[in-house]
Design a protein around this ligand. Structure first.
Ligand code: NAP
Ligand code: ZN
Length: 352
């Protein structure tokens, strides 16, 4: 069995460190890629530290689902890609491609979806799938996305999760031109939400806990910034938003954000804190408001998002790190100390 170099967590409390992992030989429909960059999503940290009770972590855990790489091998039946192509791989590496969800291009809701890490490995290469903190990966060609040639690759990697996770619910909401859109939390997801809302022509408002992020939020394309601890500011904007995207990774009070929605407004959760969030019924009743959720996006929509980014020259703002800095990066992520996404330069794995 071929092997790849990787970084893995061996328990919820251990630092990530080097590990050699098995990777299958490409089957007829597979492509193999050398991973060039991998973004660091807060989900990687949740999973590495076993923070999601609904999705217990199987160790060793190799996180990483914001992957950009160059194809090195293709199976005999591969049609979509060829050796040398630059492709992206996000949170999905498999689905049954026969259920109603797959037929509707919603592979993320397929009952047999295989996620890029910590999913049972249907090929039997390992007990679970191993993600992008590694030198290479083998995936079914359907799950490898074409990357627009004009975009810078370190900033493309985060589009494969943070990008599609924020693009999809905004697109689903409808035409945001001229609408008042709030983005709660200016992190990896949040800053992509701001870029998309701005590109869609929305009046874009960042709602942040961090006063020090104000200028940076305006520079990203926000029209206004609300600091959520400022009760007067929050009151001034009450009952005024058409749509709010909540990207917060930690336990928080969503009722104060629901209060910002106008009649028939929607708040969509994409942040994934483990603890249930209490919701005031009256907060929804008065204003006929809607509380929704959204999970990444299907493969066709992810490709659409990449094309949109190519046309509008949108990438993620990244700080490039070597893999050896990943544990420090996790600590900094928890302190919101990154503008706005770490992107791992996978060439750094070669020295392990
Ligand atoms: P991140 O970069 O750490 O950003 C999260 C932001 O939330 C922080 O920058 C901070 O923004 C805000 N925040 C943190 N703690 C808070 C608190 N206690 N109260 C209010 N705001 C707080 O994380 P990310 O990578 O963007 O991921 C965000 C969440 O989305 C994670 O839970 C992740 O697992 C989840 N996720 C979901 C999907 C999906 O498909 N639904 C996909 C990817 C990730 P401010 O400093 O501006 O307040
Ligand atoms: Zn992610």
């Amino acid at each position: 069995m071929p092997t790849a170099k990787a970084y893995a967590a061996s328990s919820p409390t251990s630092a990530l460190s080097h590990l050699s992992i098995p990777r299958r030989e490409p089957t007829d429909r597979d492509v193999e890629l050398d991973i060039l960059y991998c973004g660091v999503c807060h989900s990687d940290l949740h999973q590495a530290r076993n923070e999601w009770s609904a999705m217990p972590t199987v160790y060793p855990c190799v996180p990483g689902h914001e992957i950009v790489g160059r194809i090195t091998k293709v199976g005999s039946a591969v049609k979509k890609h060829k050796v040398g192509d630059i492709v992206g791989v996000g949170c999905l590496v498999g689905s049954d491609q026969s259920c109603p969800q797959c037929a509707a291009d919603l592979e993320q809701f397929c009952p047999h979806a295989t996620f890029t890490y910590n999913s049972p490995d249907k090929h039997g290469t390992a007990p679970v799938t191993y993600g992008g903190y590694s030198s290479s990966i083998v995936v079914d060609e359907h799950f490898a996305l074409t990357v627009p040639a004009n975009l810078s690759l370190p900033g493309v990697a985060p589009l494969l999760c943070a990008g599609i996770t924020t693009y999809s619910p905004m697109r689903r909401w409808g035409d945001l031109k001229g609408k008042k859109v709030g983005v709660v939390g200016l992190g990896g997801l949040g800053h992509m939400g701001v870029k998309f809302a701005h590109a869609f022509g929305a009046h874009t408002v960042v709602i942040s806990t961090s006063p020090k992020k104000k200028d940076a939020a305006l520079a990203l394309g926000a029209d206004e910034v609300i600091i959520s601890s400022d009760a007067n500011e929050m009151q001034r904007h009450a009952f005024s938003f058409d749509f709010i995207l909540d990207t917060v990774s930690a336990d928080h009070d969503i009722n104060s954000y629901l209060n910002l929605l106008k009649i028939d407004g929607t708040l969509t959760l994409v942040g994934a804190p483990d603890k249930p969030l209490p919701v005031s019924a009256f907060g929804l009743l008065f204003g006929r408001k809607r509380l929704a959720g959204s999970l990444i996006g299907g493969i066709a929509e992810t490709q659409e998002m990449l094309e949109f980014c190519g046309t509008h020259n949108i990438t993620s703002d990244v700080e490039i790190i070597p893999i050896q800095k990943i544990n420090e990066a996790y600590d900094r992520l928890l302190k919101s100390d990154v503008k706005y996404r770490f992107s791992i330069d996978m060439a750094s794995l070669k020295s392990e």
